[in-house]
Design a protein around this ligand. Structure first.
Ligand SMILES: [Cu+2]
Length: 405
């Protein structure tokens, strides 16, 4: 594992310190995902690690992902766009098993138009004061500004407190851009607003207890989703709550169950709260194969319950070739936001199957590129054929430049 190699290197470089005397256990991350979410312990954090001192570690990660997509059918748009993110994490050893972590994550996606990029059958959030349909919103400049304190409370157990003006509550799986199973997929899931849309939340406080193989936590946070002005930091609030339990029966596995009650999350559904239940299982064999399966049920209050499934896999077959796929099934009632439409507010069960290939190449220093393409097929009720065409087929090409160890 990268961290162990790093600890060894640090011990060798620090003069006068024998490996046996140094306690590097404070650097252990136990499969850290986005926010306080966990991933399999075999899933190493990507990025560049620096040790400015024996008690400090800095991790840097960044990626830029130019994409061209044609989503297919009459409602599927075409666009050239770029996703981007940069992350800095600083971990400080406080001694006696305690540590302090600061994390910042930024994106230049606000430079996109407010309506983001075409993504057939995706809905959620707004642009130009209208509900986004068949599009994915851009992310905010500040994706995360958080701090976390870990203190040991019993042998093999520690308590943690996490929070900040921009963070991620204990709800859902680790967000898609942090999962190895989605690392080369250039598209957001169309089930983003069922599973992991709370990954950018203005105002989060989470308290939890964790061991190597388990974690329980609870959050207070702002239920309202980010608005379409993406350069600013919105006013934090703590009007919603969630709880999550995670279990790692083996280092290759992580299972989470979470539930939250969100106060008026969506501008397009004024006056409606949301209760969200999610569960997911994540697998990583530590040798290039990672996968996830998840289920979500979100209930509008007042309103209906809409469910979604997601399956995702990434396989680095060798040093250069990667195959990946995602299948999603969702019951969506937001495809026709115009009240004049006869299909307004009607729910349709949709399936998207996406299959992709990436060629990975080490460029220079810590920079690598993964270039490839994806194809997408959809299954939908016949009632949607007039709007979406009988068999829309999506095609996307991309090149992802990123920092890695
Ligand atoms: Cu998002």
């Amino acid at each position: 594992m990268a961290l162990r190699r790093l600890a060894l290197l640090a011990a060798l470089l620090l003069p006068g310190t024998a490996m046996a005397q140094m306690d590097m256990s404070w650097m252990a991350m136990d499969g850290a995902g986005s926010g306080t979410a966990r991933l399999p312990a075999t899933e190493a954090m990507r990025g560049v690690h620096i040790m400015p001192g024996a008690h400090d570690m800095v991790m840097l990660h960044a990626s830029i992902l130019p994409v061209y997509t044609d989503q297919g059918g009459p409602r599927g748009g075409q666009k050239f766009y770029a996703q981007s993110m940069a992350m800095g994490m600083w971990v400080h050893d406080l001694g006696d098993g305690a540590k302090l972590t600061g994390q910042a994550m930024l994106s230049l996606e606000p430079a996109m138009r407010h309506d983001g990029y075409p993504l057939l059958f995706a809905t959620g959030e707004e642009a130009y004061a209208r509900a986004l349909v068949d599009r994915q919103h851009p992310h905010d400049l500040f994706m995360e500004l958080s701090a976390r304190l870990d203190v040991p409370v019993a042998p093999g157990a520690h308590a943690f407190l996490y929070g900040g003006p921009v963070g991620e509550p204990a709800l859902g799986p680790s967000a898609f851009m942090h999962r190895a199973s989605a690392q080369y997929n250039p598209e957001a899931p169309i089930t983003h607003h069922w599973f992991d849309s709370t990954h950018i939340t203005y105002g989060v406080i989470t308290a939890g207890l964790a061991g190597k193989t388990w974690q329980i936590e609870a959050s207070a946070f702002r239920g309202q989703e980010p608005d379409e002005r993406r350069w600013n930091i919105e006013r934090p609030k703590l009007d919603s709550w969630s709880v999550r339990a995670s279990l790692a029966p083996a280092p290759q596995w992580l299972v989470q169950v979470s539930y939250g009650q969100l106060k008026r999350p969506e501008a397009a559904h004024p006056g409606e709260n949301e209760h969200r239940f999610t569960t997911s299982a994540h697998y990583n064999n530590g040798r290039g194969l990672s996968a996830m399966a998840g289920f979500s049920a979100k209930t509008r209050v007042p309103g209906e319950t809409r469910t979604a499934w997601l399956g995702e896999v990434n396989w680095d077959a060798n040093a250069h070739d990667t195959l990946f796929s995602r299948i999603e099934n969702v019951n969506n009632d937001e495809l026709f936001p115009d009240p004049a439409s006869p299909l307004h507010d009607q729910a349709f069960r949709l399936t998207k199957l996406e299959v992709g290939y990436a060629y990975r190449l080490h460029l220079v220093g810590p920079v690598q590129v993964a270039a490839g393409g994806t194809g997408a097929l959809f299954a939908k009720p016949a009632a949607l054929s007039a709007a979406y065409g009988r068999n829309p087929i999506g095609a996307t090409i991309f090149a992802k430049f990123s920092l890695s160890n």
